[in-house]
Design a protein around this ligand. Sequence first.
Ligand SMILES: *[C@@H]1O[C@H](CO)[C@@H](O)[C@H](O)[C@H]1NC(C)=O
Ligand SMILES: *[C@@H]1O[C@H](CO)[C@@H](O)[C@H](O)[C@H]1NC(C)=O
Ligand SMILES: *[C@@H]1O[C@H](CO)[C@@H](O)[C@H](O)[C@H]1NC(C)=O
Ligand SMILES: *[C@@H]1O[C@H](CO)[C@@H](O)[C@H](O)[C@H]1NC(C)=O
Ligand SMILES: *[C@@H]1O[C@H](CO)[C@@H](O)[C@H](O)[C@H]1NC(C)=O
Ligand SMILES: *[C@@H]1O[C@H](CO)[C@@H](O)[C@H](O)[C@H]1NC(C)=O
Ligand SMILES: *[C@@H]1O[C@H](CO)[C@@H](O)[C@H](O)[C@H]1NC(C)=O
Ligand SMILES: *[C@@H]1O[C@H](CO)[C@@H](O)[C@H](O)[C@H]1NC(C)=O
Ligand SMILES: *[C@@H]1O[C@H](CO)[C@@H](O)[C@H](O)[C@H]1NC(C)=O
Ligand SMILES: *[C@@H]1O[C@H](CO)[C@@H](O)[C@H](O)[C@H]1NC(C)=O
Ligand SMILES: *[C@@H]1O[C@H](CO)[C@@H](O)[C@H](O)[C@H]1NC(C)=O
Ligand SMILES: *[C@@H]1O[C@H](CO)[C@@H](O)[C@H](O)[C@H]1NC(C)=O
Length: 765
Amino acid sequence: MIAPSVALGLVALARAVVASNQTIDELYFYGMSPPVYPTPNGSGIGKWATAYSKAKALVGQMTLDEKVNLTAGVSVSNGCSGNIPGIARLGFPGMCLSDAGNGLRNTDYVNAYASGISVGASWNRELAFDRGWYMGREFKTKGVNIALGPVVGPLGRVAEGGRNWEGFANDPYLCGALAYETVTAMQSAGVATSVKHFIAYEQETDRNPSGDVASVSSNLDDRTMHELYMWPFQDTVHAGATNIMCSYNRINGSHACQNSKTINGLLKEENGFQGFVVTDWGGQHSGVASALAGLDMAMPNSDFFWGANLTAAVQNGTVPESRVTDMVTRIIASWYQLHQDVDFPEPGIGMPSSLLEDHTVVNARNKAAAETLYRGAVEGHVLVKNTNNALPLSNDAALLSLFGYAATAQTEQGPLANVSFSFGSGGIAVQNYTMITGGGSGANSPAYISTPFDAITNACIDKGCSLYWDFESAEPSADPDSSACLVFVNAYATEGFNRPNLHDDYTDAIILSVAATCNNTIVVFQNAGVRLVDTFVDHENITAIVFSHLPGQDSGRALAALLWGEENFSGKLPYSVAKNETDYGVTLAPSEGEGAFVDWPQSNFTEGLYIDYRLFDKSDITPRYEFGFGLSYTTFEFRNLSLAASTTASTAEYPTGAVAEGGQTDLWDLLYQVTATVINTGLVDGAEVAQLYIGIPNAPVKQLRGFAKPQLMAGESAVVNFALTRRDLSIWNINAQKWQLQSGTYNIYVGSSSSDLPLSLTFSL
Ligand SMILES: *[C@@H]1O[C@H](CO)[C@@H](O)[C@H](O)[C@H]1NC(C)=O
Ligand SMILES: *[C@@H]1O[C@H](CO)[C@@H](O)[C@H](O)[C@H]1NC(C)=O
Ligand SMILES: *[C@@H]1O[C@H](CO)[C@@H](O)[C@H](O)[C@H]1NC(C)=O
Ligand SMILES: *[C@@H]1O[C@H](CO)[C@@H](O)[C@H](O)[C@H]1NC(C)=O
Ligand SMILES: *[C@@H]1O[C@H](CO)[C@@H](O)[C@H](O)[C@H]1NC(C)=O
Ligand SMILES: *[C@@H]1O[C@H](CO)[C@@H](O)[C@H](O)[C@H]1NC(C)=O
Ligand SMILES: *[C@@H]1O[C@H](CO)[C@@H](O)[C@H](O)[C@H]1NC(C)=O
Ligand SMILES: *[C@@H]1O[C@H](CO)[C@@H](O)[C@H](O)[C@H]1NC(C)=O
Ligand SMILES: *[C@@H]1O[C@H](CO)[C@@H](O)[C@H](O)[C@H]1NC(C)=O
Ligand SMILES: *[C@@H]1O[C@H](CO)[C@@H](O)[C@H](O)[C@H]1NC(C)=O
Ligand SMILES: *[C@@H]1O[C@H](CO)[C@@H](O)[C@H](O)[C@H]1NC(C)=O
Ligand SMILES: *[C@@H]1O[C@H](CO)[C@@H](O)[C@H](O)[C@H]1NC(C)=O
């Protein structure tokens, strides 16, 4: 929709251009972001009808000043990341918003769950749901109305991205499926999710304006937007997400929190989003323009833009009062939607640190979550190399030598002694100790930390083994009697910075030094993203490599159970590990301001759809370990692929349904059902992630469109089902502005990774 008020939205852009000597064409690779006005009103479609009618009744009693007050945060020193003030005369208590998507931060008596990247590596929908449910209960107990997560952007375009670990996977299907479960679960526990960061926020470098340098502009085409970056957000809107957080970057030149194409257009119009949009902290850069572009709430305050100025803008006719009414209706409807009006503690009551409940209640809640905390840690581990039966460790192994800086916890302070986290190496998210989470606002507060050293010590208490250790030497050597040598190292990442590399010489030197003296060297990475292994992978003495990802507080326990085979590995990589940094091409590193654009950093997504395995397929690059890869202690076979077409769903080229949450309703029609048999052909029990990839005409040769994770006893088999929806089989047609089924031959592949796909069939539309 384009209305006369379009001009107002362009004010900020025009000023930006005037401030430079560049023309618009020179500044914006793809042209500027198209204006889409006005903001669609939240209308109470679908399951929102009751919440909207209650919200309209309450908002109808508010004065303009009261409404304006609910659109911006206020400073309250209660430990919440943000606070919306209450309105006592109407019985509205206000709201507390707090970090983050991997567990509640900056408080006590809560748990550190496995991070997004570990849940991605688990490929387990039930785990994602259970984790969301138990996290949600903790936020609710503490009076946090809105949890600032999960992360689906960054998706992981940039291999060195500092926040990729907060999200699930750099494949939009896997990411969206796990985010769908997370949002459904957290909201069913009564807590709103703030799905973030909307959108195309793919690097930390220049994310915010600084001095003369503008925030980076992600310049991307409409098809890539829909098929990669929007896809997981669409899933979460479909799940009923009540809140979405706009990001720091610009898109096609326009700040994400005042971009009318993304907020009014993609989110509220095309995807029928009924909740509200909140800024990332400090992400608002204009008053009138952001209001008209569809922003609903500014955090942690709006001291420079809204407040009295928003009231004035309504009074002088610049912003229609109906826009402010819509902001507040969306906010209050979300509160009713999750029944926070009848069943919620006082906002922020348990923040920042106080034990309000009986100890027995707290401990019972933590015990209920224990299995999920543990499963999250276990299933996020991926075994990528295992030769000479290095793993599982034999119960007869007499001497184990342990090395590396990541085996133990920081000893200065335990988690409860100091719950204050900072960027960089602060708090628990430390570089040179065991790493259970990455750094920044996505770090979380553990109840305890089970370290690799502690857990292996406990195992030796049980099994009678002995330990030698040296966690400090940069060039350690093994006791010659060692049955196995384990090296514990990190690949650290934090919000605020991109990673400097995908491997580091200091760590590689420790690994190679151990391998020179120990013919059974097992390398264990705690890794917040891709970690290359090519400097040592072919070393004759390196027998096993494990990616632990970021397991949360049960890290060591989970690892020890896997090392001795009490648990089986079942994780699969949620990204590809290349042989060399250079293989990632333009998607390796963040974009920097350069040349005429030195103060106007531009990140041109010239690769379009081709990131990670889509890129490697297209460029014919063989990765070291492909997307979806992971070993097990057992073996699996795939058989009997079959396809059944729906007898009722339309296969007309375009959908015709009305827009509901997540877009046109028939995008979710089931068009085909694919089944396959998975057989555990080995000697031990295990779970296999069966993966379905599809080659859609006029699209990348293969893209993930289904997965299932059956747990199978040795010798057992199971039939797995993959449901293919209209959206799964469509591409985004930029002219029609609709998802479009393609005519031609579709290829379906099923197997155990993106490269190991023994079963295939085709069908035509
Ligand atoms: C823009 O201004 C800068 C600094 O004055 C100058 O170096 C540059 O050449 C100018 N660019 C154009 C396209 O005029
Ligand atoms: C991005 O695109 C613009 C316009 O084509 C171009 O001038 C600029 O150099 C590109 N930036 C990078 C980093 O490639
Ligand atoms: C960005 O520009 C491209 C090219 O003009 C356009 O296709 C796309 O829709 C734009 N996206 C946004 C969000 O402005
Ligand atoms: C939103 O609702 C108001 C009435 O409250 C109406 O005046 C306005 O036109 C509506 N906006 C749109 C985009 O439909
Ligand atoms: C708006 O919020 C401010 C600060 O919290 C408060 O002082 C003021 O009374 C509020 N105004 C209304 C109309 O509620
Ligand atoms: C209104 O805008 C002016 C100019 O940007 C700013 O200095 C002032 O702090 C704003 N006032 C409020 C109450 O937001
Ligand atoms: C209306 O008020 C807003 C906020 O104070 C201000 O930015 C804008 O320039 C005003 N417009 C007119 C036409 O007075
Ligand atoms: C937590 O750490 C901060 C910064 O290091 C320090 O100032 C503070 O005293 C510590 N608090 C506790 C309870 O140890
Ligand atoms: C971690 O260890 C390396 C190597 O000793 C050192 O260069 C670095 O400063 C350490 N980092 C922190 C945060 O202590
Ligand atoms: C492998 O380990 C043995 C000790 O077990 C050592 O003698 C040998 O040199 C190592 N191989 C390499 C290539 O370092
Ligand atoms: C590895 O080294 C151990 C002791 O150093 C030795 O007993 C064993 O045979 C070696 N294994 C291989 C495969 O070389
Ligand atoms: C990666 O490629 C670069 C450039 O070809 C080369 O210098 C480097 O040694 C390679 N790294 C590895 C680990 O192979």
